[in-house]
Design a protein around this ligand. Sequence first.
Ligand SMILES: *[C@@H]1O[C@H](CO)[C@@H](O)[C@H](O)[C@H]1NC(C)=O
Ligand SMILES: *[C@@H]1O[C@H](CO)[C@@H](O)[C@H](O)[C@H]1NC(C)=O
Ligand SMILES: *[C@@H]1O[C@H](CO)[C@@H](O)[C@H](O)[C@H]1NC(C)=O
Length: 554
Amino acid sequence: MKPCCPAAAWLVCVLALLACRRHERAAAAVPTLSTASRWVVDEGGSRVKLACVNWPSHLEPMLAEGLSKRPVGAIAAAVAAMGFNCVRLTWPTFLATDASYGELTVAQSFQRLNLTESLAGIRANNPDFAVVSSLGKHDVMVILDNHLSKPGWCCSNTDGNGFFGDTYFDPDVWVAGLKKMAAMFAGVDNVVGMSLRNELRGPRQNANDWYMQLGAEAVHGANPRVLVILSGLSFDNDLAFINSRPVNLSFSGKAAFEVHWYSFSNSQEWGSGNANQACARITAGVARRALYLLDKGWPVILSEFGVDNRGGNTNDNRYYGCAAAAAADLDMDWALWALQGSYYLREGVRDLDEVYGVLDRAWSGPRNASALSRVQALQRPLRGPGLDQVPPYTVLFHPVTGTCVLRRRSPPLELGPCSETEAWAYSAQEQRLAVAPRDGSSLCLRAEGAGKPASLGASCGDAMARWRLVSDSKLHVATSSSAAVDGDGALCLDVGADGRSVVTNPCRCLSADNSCDPQSQWFKLVTSTRSVAAEQTMLAQLPLKLKNWKIRSF
Ligand SMILES: *[C@@H]1O[C@H](CO)[C@@H](O)[C@H](O)[C@H]1NC(C)=O
Ligand SMILES: *[C@@H]1O[C@H](CO)[C@@H](O)[C@H](O)[C@H]1NC(C)=O
Ligand SMILES: *[C@@H]1O[C@H](CO)[C@@H](O)[C@H](O)[C@H]1NC(C)=O
């Protein structure tokens, strides 16, 4: 292999792309990002929705995971084919600042950990492995995420990497590492952002010593082109303190915040509460601690969320529909946890299976196609600068399946791809949910009875055509036919036994009942300003790409 990097800094170069490849620019350019109020935008001011997936490179081997299983180019192609436009690529500070890590060759790093099988796999699959440039070739943007200092699994309160001043977390070393990485990637087009530190935490954490602004200035000074992404306290669950201590940066239009949201931050509530009440309370908490910054004109990236893709974790399952409803409602930028199907070595275990991974353990295809597909429903932007194509309309989004309510012949309404959405109009005052076909008429959504398909009709005045959003979560769309205000005894939109048709059933699990799962009845009324026709043009391209990918099995 041509020694583009000095032999010494080999690992850093591998994470990167070899320095000499800077000149091999991807043909179709990725955008340079900045911010316009809460939106991330390109050079022309049009919205770029970050739909990222996390790809760790911060564990002991210090190499992007999976390279022992598949060629890097194939993994990068899969990321793009699955519709992710961006990767949050994690790295440990010491890779950049500590010669005893950064000067190891890949072989030394793996041999030191006795990862001989992984090393053999890497040699077989990846004689040449430039992660960032491979992503660039597929127009995938990269956010470099400083995940911790000392390479290893993250994060605990007591691992010495949690907060400024902890054993492995010297603020000066951190700033030096950020500067070095920012400078190293300053010429690399598809590195569009740097998140400054993952999940601050632990007994020392406090708002006074939150040095994110130092890191932000350091990165911006070394590479003013990248978006700098600031994280909060308590495992990046908490940015509430920014409300009374606004950030003060020397530059503008280049900074965003990030927040993490998992079910295990609220295990107790998801585990023992009513799902509607838990969803309402937890969503309000996330808003109070982080998403309020959207209204203050900052982008807030949901840079880690995800579930056990085997479908057996009840808390995760309840959380997912709730979090996806919020993400769709706010049309958030996000990064799913995670891409990797396995780890070379995690917490002492070799080839550990990652059940949150989009890819299977062999990195050969999706672990769970339906779980992937419902995440893909969140990839397309719905509004924001450049997307104000038509007056706002409503999308009837079904978060737990990642589908939307569409008109069909029989049954009249069905769940299908959100890119084929109808332009619904909801009037809370008239309690009317109508769709306007192009002939100028208006058809109202109607309930026909328990267990029966919902219909569309010209008659809009009666109780069966009046709809309210009920339950604490407000995710139940219920008829007004009952006197009970909370929806008890009313009919709610639901999914039929075939898994596709839209029916009405008695509203379920509205409150009190802690064991039942309401999610088939959860619909989020989401606002979009995208032209419906444009959506359908886009869709025509997407499945083809996915199909090709499946055939080739990358
Ligand atoms: C690697 O193997 C050697 C020899 O068996 C052993 O002494 C060493 O502790 C092992 N190192 C790790 C990190 O497992
Ligand atoms: C912001 O920072 C600048 C430069 O450090 C300083 O001069 C200014 O007083 C600060 N503003 C506020 C509101 O703290
Ligand atoms: C795939 O994910 C869905 C959604 O969470 C779940 O219901 C299903 O059980 C999962 N299937 C497998 C085979 O893991």
